[in-house]
Design a protein around this ligand. Structure first.
Ligand SMILES: Cc1cc2nc3c(=O)[nH]c(=O)nc-3n(C[C@H](O)[C@H](O)[C@H](O)COP(=O)(O)OP(=O)(O)OC[C@H]3O[C@@H](n4cnc5c(N)ncnc54)[C@H](O)[C@@H]3O)c2cc1C
Ligand code: SF4
Length: 501
């Protein structure tokens, strides 16, 4: 049963074997696995429970409801917008449903360089397969490639660059294009739809509209959490284990504000975000990129996974709804209107950097995440490479001009113009950047000096504390993370269950 904290009329004390903080990809999976293991489990979610009937396909109403900070979360220097979900199902409610396993090269890197045990490609392959079955993952069919994605496909074919069709977790998709505002047709196989019903049928409780304020502990072992409903009622939940699944920003901030022991100053460090910039090609004919499945094709020509590689950009499509587009398009007044008049004829790509910059999450005194991220020159060079490549793809697909939003906006009409996208151009505060994949901050590994939890997700220094979300990743993935978050949560949940035998 999903219980809203709004229904509590007084301060309350509850007792469970395990409390899970957050109900996104990691939290929902951990909750279901713990319920399957017969544990008494409660998942506490700060946001509300929103269902397809609530999704009105409007940016002005849905962004404030479904996203952290009403869609306005940013790095502390205001250079990068960081989009993250808030509500039952977390970021899986409004994500764009791309499904890709963590590359073998990344899992090998974690094993060889980051002291992670038990997560080699061969260890996780069966778990990935189970998760993909759970989420009904399939390749996006050819007839669902919309014109925006077709521009990417045509551009790659013309250039002879690597790329291909993506996979997704949708069933019964009406191809309406509103995925990022919540699916009114309930076609997304998200965490709320796929995992929580079974968890609740097995006895789990989901408490929404309730924020966990503190992890309760005596410095050696956890004893539960203290939470507060949106109406101000305090909820103390006694538990033998606490699972942090509040995302790479939320979990680290909660651990920090709770004074979780951290002798090697590791909590919150190692943040990666896949910062991305956009390019918009203008075609003669209408593209109407808002119609159909938003992202279905990728370019992997400029992506490999070796540390320090000079090919670290993943390029895919990124059509935005009108308000999002208007906020990115350069100019004011008549200039801006002229740019927006091109909306129907635009195809938009994003270049996301498989980043090596290590950002840091800290917590305000109230426990709110603060995200510090100063993009290093080697990653800026990758951003420049990605923007140039994106513009080249669009030109090859037949775009007459490519707009590169920036403080000094650039219009690219031929290959010669691409040289203007250099290291200076591709810098935060010059190019508008968005990040939708926060990772790291509570990294896994066996070396206590370089990680926060061990390879079973157990905190190194506080018994009973576990992590099961995107904060576990020791490095960036270089692609969509949700399948890997679900998989790690599923893989590690048995250790939480074993701890409360
Ligand atoms: C616009 C967008 C598009 C995306 N598209 C894709 C895609 O196509 N494919 C893909 O693989 N990934 C995509 N992602 C990323 C993917 O959704 C996330 O990587 C994944 O959901 C992360 O899982 P998580 O469990 O770490 O966190 P989340 O899913 O973000 O869940 C964390 C939850 O914890 C809650 N919480 C935080 N703090 C507290 C607290 N103190 N108390 C209680 N609850 C708390 C939050 O409200 C939230 O519900 C996208 C993300 C965005 C924003
Ligand atoms: S495109 Fe498909 S999954 Fe996305 S909102 Fe429309 S029906 Fe739902």
């Amino acid at each position: 049963m999903i219980v809203s904290g709004r229904t509590l009329v007084a301060d309350t004390v509850l007792e469970h074997d395990v409390v899970v903080v957050g109900t996104g990809a990691g939290g929902s999976m951990a909750t279901r696995e713990l319920a399957r293991a017969g544990k008494s489990v409660i998942a506490v979610e700060e946001g509300g429970d929103h269902t397809p009937a609530d999704f009105d396909q409007r940016e002005d109403t849905m962004l404030p409801i479904l996203f952290q900070d009403r869609g306005g979360r940013m790095t502390t220097d205001l250079a990068i917008t960081v989009l993250q979900g808030r509500g039952v199902g977390g970021s899986t409610i409004h994500n764009t449903n791309l499904c890709k396993r963590a590359p073998d090269a990344i899992l090998d890197l974690w094993t060889q360089r980051h002291g992670v045990v038990g997560c080699k490609p061969s260890d996780l392959a069966p778990v990935f397969a189970e998760v993909e079955r759970d989420l009904s993952v399939s390749t996006i069919p050819d007839d669902a490639i919309n014109k925006n994605n077709d521009a990417l496909r045509r551009g790659l074919a013309a250039l002879g660059w690597r790329g291909g069709a993506l996979s997704h977790n949708r069933v019964g998709c009406m191809r309406s294009g509103f995925c990022e505002l919540g699916c009114a047709y309930d076609a997304k196989q998200n965490a709320r739809k796929v995992l929580l019903p079974e968890a609740m049928a097995r006895g789990a409780t989901v408490l929404s509209d309730t924020k966990v304020l503190r992890i309760l502990h005596d410095g050696r072992r956890v004893s539960g959490v203290l939470a507060q409903t949106v109406t101000g009622k305090l909820v103390r939940i006694k538990a033998r284990a606490v699972v942090l699944s509040a995302s790479a920003t939320g979990s680290a901030a909660l651990a920090l504000v709770s004074g979780v022991p951290d002798p090697f100053d590791q909590i919150g460090r190692g943040l990666r975000i896949h910062p991305g910039g956009a390019v918009a090609g203008v075609f003669d004919d209408a593209v109407d990129g808002w119609q159909g499945i938003p992202q279905s094709w990728e370019c992997t020509e400029h992506l490999d996974f070796a540390e320090g590689s000079d090919k670290r950009v993943w390029i895919t499509t990124a059509f935005a709804h009108p308000i999002g587009t208007a906020s990115l398009m350069p100019g004011f007044g008549a200039d801006h209107m002229r740019a927006m008049r091109l909306y129907r004829r635009m195809a938009v790509l994003t270049a996301m950097v498989h980043d090596e910059t290590e950002g840091r999450v800290t917590a305000s005194p109230e426990g709110k995440p603060r995200i510090a991220y100063a993009m290093e020159p080697r990653d800026r060079a990758q951003l420049a490479r990605g923007l140039r490549a994106g513009a080249e793809i669009l030109l090859a697909a037949g775009a007459k001009e490519v707009h590169v939003p920036a403080v000094r906006p650039l219009i690219v009409r031929n290959k010669k113009d691409l040289a203007a996208i250099d290291l200076d151009f591709a810098r935060p505060h010059s190019v508008p950047l968005t990040a939708v994949h926060p990772m790291g901050t509570m990294r896994m590994g066996e070396d206590r000096r370089r990680s926060v939890v061990d390879s079973r997700g157990r905190h190194h220094h506080l018994a009973g504390l576990f992590v099961a979300d995107g904060s576990l990743f020791p490095t960036s993935l270089g692609g969509p993370p949700q399948i890997s978050v679900y998989t790690l949560a599923r893989h590690l949940a048995r250790h939480v269950a074993d701890s409360v035998r």
